[in-house]
Design a protein around this ligand. Structure first.
Ligand code: C5P
Length: 318
């Protein structure tokens, strides 16, 4: 049996720059792992079964679960290694909110790839694992790498940044509200396609990419300048998600007000939402913001977490 911890991520920066021939969007993101982790137990089985057990009612336990797809992909790609070894039982202890913009499903799939490589001794390299991850979902390669990284392409091209500030995120999500990622991107396309770069013009794309690589957020992260990281938070998907979810707009405005009074550095929605986060460089302040957000709304459906920035995506527990 092998136990893994799979961290959630937040997007410090998410810019949509155009359409891709594969139907996805070309993105430029700065992603950060946070220490809010699902626990994944992998237990080898003697039969070729893939069994998923999860304590969260919204998580499917059939072949639609990304963790299930991760096992199928490994079985397909390494038939001679996996046939001798049978199947696997995956128990997911869910701590990462579901449908939240925190890459919970991708983190689970990343943990399964990482764990099966260990369990079945596949000898995959970090790049090999990330390539397999990219076949499962755009965020899986980042979830494998962890820490703080620039992610380009669909989000699957990951450049880890060596230095990043040690901050704390206060995360807030209405448990009963989820946003569909395909819906968020489709709606964005319908409204903003006229602003997309023509990606046939490679020079322009390269120019845009090089700008973010040297951009203000990357500069702020690399200089470990917490105030500048807070000031540079950006997420294009807010433009479509916030107008469609007034409660989330209200949550963001209130969190920003509370954080401003308590030394917070900036407030933004993560990924396709609806989780909103505020950054601070101080754990005590993070706790104060968490308490004040909770007591302001006084709504049992609103879950508020404090999660320190993490330097790893997946960790195997000894
Ligand atoms: O890759 P992943 O399965 O996480 O993507 C979910 C959906 O989000 C895609 O089916 C697509 O509709 C949208 N998406 C996109 N461009 C990206 C990433 C995701 O349009 N770069």
């Amino acid at each position: 049996m092998l136990t893994l911890l799979a961290n959630a991520k937040i997007n410090l920066y998410l810019e949509i720059i155009g359409s891709r021939p594969d139907g996805f969007h070309e993105l430029v993101m700065v992603m950060q792992s946070v220490n809010l982790a699902d626990r994944i137990d992998l237990k080898p089985l003697n039969t070729p079964t893939i069994r998923i057990i999860c304590n969260h009612p919204q998580v499917p336990t059939d072949h639609t679960n990304l963790a299930y797809k991760a096992v199928s992909l490994i079985q397909k790609r390494f038939p001679s290694r996996t046939n001798q070894r049978g199947g696997v039982e995956i128990t997911i202890d869910k701590k990462i909110p579901v449908g939240a913009g925190l890459a919970g499903g991708s983190a689970n799939a990343a943990a399964v790839l990482f764990g099966l490589d260990m369990l079945w001794q596949l000898g995959l390299t970090r790049i090999g694992l990330q390539e397999l991850g990219a076949e499962l979902g755009s965020d899986v390669p980042f979830c494998l790498a962890g820490g703080c990284a620039i992610a380009t392409g669909r989000g699957e091209e990951v450049d880890v940044l060596r230095k990043s500030p040690k901050l704390f995120a206060v995360l807030a999500k209405y448990e009963s509200t989820s946003v569909s990622t395909p819906w968020a991107y489709q709606t964005y396309r319908a409204e903003f396609e006229h602003t997309y770069l023509n990606l046939d013009n490679f020079a322009t794309l390269e120019e845009r990419r090089s700008r973010i690589h040297a951009g203000k957020m990357v500069e702020a992260v690399s200089a470990q300048n917490a105030a500048k990281v807070g000031a540079q938070l950006h997420n294009d998907l807010e433009k479509v998600v916030l107008p469609a979810y007034p409660k989330v707009t209200q949550l963001k405005a209130t969190m920003a007000d509370i954080a401003r009074d308590r030394g917070g550095l900036g407030t933004m929605m993560s990924g396709s939402g609806p989780t909103v986060f505020t950054l601070t460089d101080n754990l005590v302040q993070a706790g104060t913001i968490q308490r004040e957000v909770r007591s302001h709304f006084n709504d049992p459906d609103l879950k508020v977490y404090v999660a320190p920035f993490a330097t790893h995506g997946i960790v195997a527990r000894p």
